[in-house]
Structures are given as structure tokens and as C-alpha cells.
Design a protein around this ligand. Structure first.
Ligand SMILES: Cc1ncc(COP(=O)(O)O)c(C=O)c1O
Length: 372
């Protein structure tokens, strides 16, 4: 018998632990033609643009599906078929952008960085100066594969100075880290319902520069991924093109009300930063060290080096922590053995203290060295 009569807390990059209120919002059925539902969609889009202060310049286009669908839609809609995209790469989600570009037939050029180093704006600038055929830069803000944070503002300035367009995968940072469209030039910012906004997964969205979106009619390789088509249909009818994820939308509306009540992006960022501090301190007490230097570590997710011990087995570790009520995440690195612990979702430093306790308990059970 399992005595823990609650869902395990998710210490992962998404899906995340959500509040009861958010989950309860999914107890209703909505019709996709119904004006009450369409008002919810309109209000969500307005709020999402407001989070990045983009009302003067940008619009929100929601899209059914997980985050990757929205990334692919942004690239396929905004990059012309004869465009060329520079992709700085230091991790799994950067590599995914390169893969998408290959699949949808857009030219790309990779700029590799070490997986524990932030991207260097000067190197990006040098590449843009050397290759005038590059039309866009596609960037991951927080590379969730490691938890590393990139200097988005500095990079955006360099890209704009070279007259190129910027597409940002802000999947794991949107809502938690400051992004201000009034001083940070971007053509598209991509995120999703089930990350730092603490909704449930199932809907992506793109905050697109209105003027760039207007120019993109007929460009997309795909009907379902065509953000221009989705946007114009929404404007004309207030409805989603094709069946909307109604329950996900309702949950996001409730999650956004709680986001506002908490104090918006600034408050959410502070809570996640407090989670990260509690996590790193607690794990240090067990002898577990993060992969990244603190200067590049985001408050989103922390990659820990696995204990260098023959008894280490991620699966057994995962199962032990799971049995104590917490779900961790495997590492995503190729070179070093790691595991990841997320700091995002409806969790607080008090929950993190319990995670650390569960990790210490599990290490003891597995006969692994630990300091506490
Ligand atoms: C930075 C980043 N990009 C893209 C994705 C892909 O999102 P999904 O798995 O929802 O398709 C994720 C998911 O965690 C992410 O963290």
C-alpha cells in the first residue's frame, strides 16, 4: 500500500505540478463556437502579450499541441523558404531547432558552444557579419537540457544591429524571467501553457511581431502549422482554426489569474529562484554538486552530477525518490552522467526541502555516499 495519498510532486521541466484550482478549471466542457469560450481565448492572448509588454508591437497566436509544435510553426511561418537561420547550439533544444529546420527545408547554419557555457553574443555577431545570407537567428533562452541561461538581451541587440530577425524559444523561461518587447527586439517568442505559467500542457503560443506576421502569408510548408492562417482566422471569427484544446485553455485562464495574484513575472521569478537556492544548498549538504557555474545557472532547472560511485543507478535512484512522493528527471548530456531537478511549477522552498530529504534517504537506502 502506498501511504502517500497525493500525486507525486513533479520536479521536472514540464508537465509541472499545478494547483487544485487550475485542475478544477478543467471540470467544465466548452463549445468551440461559444462566445464565452472565445472570450477566454481572446483574454488569454491579451494577457500573454502583456506579460512581455508587447501590446504596441506584437500579437499572440495560440496553437494546439506541445511546445515543439509552436516552435516548428514559428520557424515555418516566419522564415521564408529561401531564408537561412543561424542556430547557436549548446544543448538538446537548440539541436531540436536545427532538426526542425532540416525537416521543413529551411537552410540553417550551426554555431556550437560548449554545453556548460552560455552563448557569446560577440561570436553570434561575427557570424552574422561574415554571412550576409543569414536572415534569422533562432535562439533558446533557457536551454532546459542543462538549465543554462543565455544573455537574451545582449544577443537580441547584436541581431538587431545586424538587421536580422530573432526567433526565441522561451519555452522554459516565459513568465518567470523578464522579457520586455519594448526594449528587446524579437520577431517571435515561443512558449507553452504547461511551463512557468503553471497551466497544463497542450497549447503552445507565439508572441509574434505584427509586421513580420503580416508579411508571412502563404509561406508555411504546412496547413496545421501556419500561424498566419491561424491568426487571421482568429481575428475574423474569434475562434480557433480546428478543434481547440478547450480544457487546456480554461486551465490556462485560471493559471493566469493566479499568476497575476502572485505578483506576475517578478514574483514568480523570485519564487523559482528561492526554490533553486533551497535545492542547491540542500543537495550540497548531501555532497551533490550542480554541473553549471552559478553565473550561468537559471532558476528553472538544475543539472546535478551523479555520484561517481559504482552503486549509482539512475533508475533505482529515480524509483526510490518516486516512492517518497517526488518525480525527478534524467540528465540530457552525452558526456557526463547527470540528473535534473526542476524548480518550476506550483511548489515552494518547503517542498524543495522535502525533496532534498527524500534524495538523502534514497542515497542511504542505495548505499551511496552522502554527506548528511
Ligand atoms: C527550451 C525548450 N524548448 C522546447 C521544448 C519542447 O517542448 P515540448 O516537449 O512541449 O514539445 C521544451 C520542453 O521542455 C523546452 O524546455
Amino acid at each position: 500500500m502506498n501511504l502517500i495519498d497525493r500525486d507525486p510532486l513533479l520536479l521536472t521541466p514540464g508537465p509541472l505540478t499545478t494547483t487544485l484550482r487550475t485542475r478544477q478549471a478543467m471540470l467544465h466542457d466548452h463549445g468551440s463556437w461559444d462566445s464565452a469560450f472565445n472570450r477566454i481565448t481572446g483574454e488569454i492572448c491579451r494577457q500573454l502579450v502583456e506579460i512581455v509588454h508587447g501590446a504596441q508591437t506584437h500579437v499572440c497566436v495560440p496553437l494546439q499541441g506541445s511546445g515543439t509544435f509552436a516552435v516548428e510553426a514559428a520557424l515555418g511561418t516566419l522564415v521564408p523558404r529561401d531564408g537561412k537561420v543561424l542556430v547557436p547550439n549548446h544543448g538538446a533544444y537548440c539541436a531540436r531547432i536545427l532538426r526542425i529546420l532540416g525537416v521543413i527545408g529551411r537552410a540553417s547554419v550551426e554555431l556550437p558552444f560548449a554545453e556548460d557555457q552560455a552563448m557569446d553574443p560577440a561570436a553570434i555577431g561575427a557570424m552574422l557579419a561574415a554571412d550576409p545570407s543569414i536572415t534569422h537567428v533562432a535562439l533558446v533562452h533557457c536551454e532546459t537540457g542543462t538549465g543554462i541561461l543565455n544573455p537574451l538581451e545582449d544577443i537580441a541587440r547584436v541581431v538587431a544591429a545586424h538587421g536580422r530577425a530573432l526567433i526565441v524559444d522561451a519555452m522554459s523561461s516565459f513568465g518567470a524571467l523578464p522579457i520586455d518587447a519594448r526594449r528587446l527586439p524579437f520577431d517571435a517568442l515561443v512558449a507553452a501553457s504547461g511551463k512557468c505559467l503553471e497551466g497544463v500542457p497542450g497549447m503552445g503560443f507565439v508572441i509574434a511581431r505584427r509586421s513580420a506576421l503580416e508579411l508571412s502569408a502563404g509561406r508555411c510548408h504546412s496547413l496545421a502549422m501556419d500561424l498566419h492562417d491561424q491568426w487571421t482566422y482568429l481575428q475574423r471569427t474569434t475562434q480557433w482554426r480546428f478543434t481547440p484544446p478547450t480544457h487546456v485553455v480554461a486551465a490556462l485562464a485560471e493559471a493566469l489569474a493566479q499568476f497575476d495574484a502572485e505578483g506576475g513575472q517578478a514574483a514568480r521569478g523570485l519564487r523559482y529562484a528561492a526554490n533553486r537556492r533551497a535545492l542547491v544548498q540542500g543537495m550540497a549538504g548531501l555532497g551533490l554538486r550542480p554541473l553549471l557555474d552559478e553565473s550561468v545557472q537559471s532558476p528553472i532547472i538544475v543539472t546535478f552530477l551523479a555520484p561517481a560511485h559504482p552503486a549509482w543507478d539512475f533508475r533505482a535512484f529515480y524509483d526510490g525518490v518516486r516512492a517518497r512522493g517526488f518525480i525527478l528527471y534524467p540528465g540530457k548530456l552525452t558526456q557526463v552522467e547527470t540528473f535534473r531537478v526542476g524548480c518550476i511549477g506550483a511548489i515552494t522552498p518547503t517542498d524543495i526541502d522535502q525533496v532534498v530529504h527524500a534524495v538523502g534517504d534514497t542515497l542511504r537506502q542505495l548505499g551511496l555516499p552522502h554527506s548528511a
